[in-house]
Design a binder for this molecule. Structure first.
Ligand SMILES: Cc1cc2nc3c(=O)[nH]c(=O)nc-3n(C[C@H](O)[C@H](O)[C@H](O)COP(=O)(O)O)c2cc1C
Length: 222
C-alpha cells in the first residue's frame, strides 16, 4: 500500500513538473504556402527598416517568419534554408515584447512541431538593443529574431570549413526572413553589430549569436 501511494505521488509530481515546464510553450498556426506576393516583387522591394509602429505582431505573422527562417519542408527534415551536410547548426531565438497571445519573454523556435519553447521570462528588447551598441530603435519592434549557432554540429564533418559554412547559412536565413517579412508588409533589418557576450547573457544562451533581426510594422512615411 505504501509503495502504491509512493508511486502515485511520484506520478503526480512528474505530471506537475511536466505541466510547469511546458505550460508556456506556444504552438504556432500552420504556415501559409500560397502568399500573394511574388519572389521577384519581394526581392525588388526588399529594404532594411529601422523605424517601427507600436503595433503588435500576430502569432500567424511571427510563425510565418519563423517558418521562412528554419521551417521543415521535407519528410527527412529538410528546411527552408540550405545547410552544409544538412547538419543544421543554427537555432532561432525570439525576443518577444508585443506579440498577440504570447507573454513577453525569450523563446526558442522548435522547427519540428513548429512551436515556440519558453526559455526566459521578461521583456528583454531594450537590453538586447543596448547590447547592439545602443541601437535603441531596435527595441521599438514587437519582436526580435536572434540567430545563433552551435558550430560543433558542423565541425565534426567539415573541420576548418566550419566557420565559413555556418556564416553562409546565416546569410540564407536572414534573406529568407527579409523576403517573408516584406511579402507580409512587415519590416526588418539584419543587425550584425553587437557585443556577443552581452547578447548571450541577456538571452541566457551558450550558443554564439550571429545576427539579430527586429521585426515589426514599418512606420508610415508621410
Ligand atoms: C553583415 C551585416 C551587418 C549589418 N549590421 C547592421 C547593424 O548593426 N545595424 C544596422 O542598422 N544595419 C545593419 N546592416 C544593414 C545594412 O546597413 C543595410 O543592408 C545596408 O545599408 C543596405 O540597405 P538595404 O538593406 O536597405 O538594401 C547590416 C548588414 C549586413 C549584411
Amino acid at each position: 500500500m505504501k509503495t502504491m501511494i509512493g508511486s502515485a505521488f511520484c506520478l503526480f509530481l512528474l505530471i506537475g513538473v511536466s505541466v510547469c515546464l511546458f505550460a508556456e510553450d506556444v504552438h504556432l498556426p500552420e504556415p501559409r504556402f500560397d502568399g500573394e506576393v511574388s519572389v521577384e516583387s519581394a526581392l525588388a522591394s526588399r529594404r532594411s527598416i529601422r523605424d517601427y509602429q507600436d503595433v503588435p505582431l500576430s502569432l500567424e505573422e511571427l510563425g510565418q517568419i519563423l517558418w521562412a527562417a528554419q521551417g521543415i519542408t521535407s519528410v527527412w527534415g529538410g528546411r527552408t534554408a540550405p545547410s552544409a551536410g544538412a547538419l543544421y547548426p543554427l537555432e532561432i531565438f525570439v525576443v518577444v515584447g508585443n506579440v498577440d497571445g504570447v507573454d513577453p519573454g525569450i523563446y526558442r523556435y522548435e522547427p519540428s512541431g513548429h512551436r515556440l519553447e519558453f526559455h526566459r521570462e521578461g521583456d528583454w528588447r531594450f537590453e538586447v538593443a543596448i547590447a547592439a551598441h545602443g541601437q535603441v530603435w531596435m527595441a521599438d519592434a514587437p519582436a526580435m529574431i536572434v540567430i545563433v549557432a552551435d558550430f560543433d554540429r558542423t565541425a565534426g564533418k567539415y573541420g576548418d570549413r566550419t566557420e565559413r559554412y555556418v556564416h553562409i547559412e546565416v546569410g540564407h536565413v536572414c534573406q529568407n526572413i527579409y523576403l517573408q517579412a516584406g511579402a507580409h508588409g512587415l519590416g526588418t533589418v539584419i543587425v550584425g553589430a553587437f557585443v556577443d557576450e552581452a547578447v548571450k547573457i541577456n538571452l541566457a544562451i551558450t550558443e554564439d549569436p550571429l545576427a539579430i533581426m527586429p521585426v515589426g510594422w514599418p512606420a508610415k512615411s508621410d
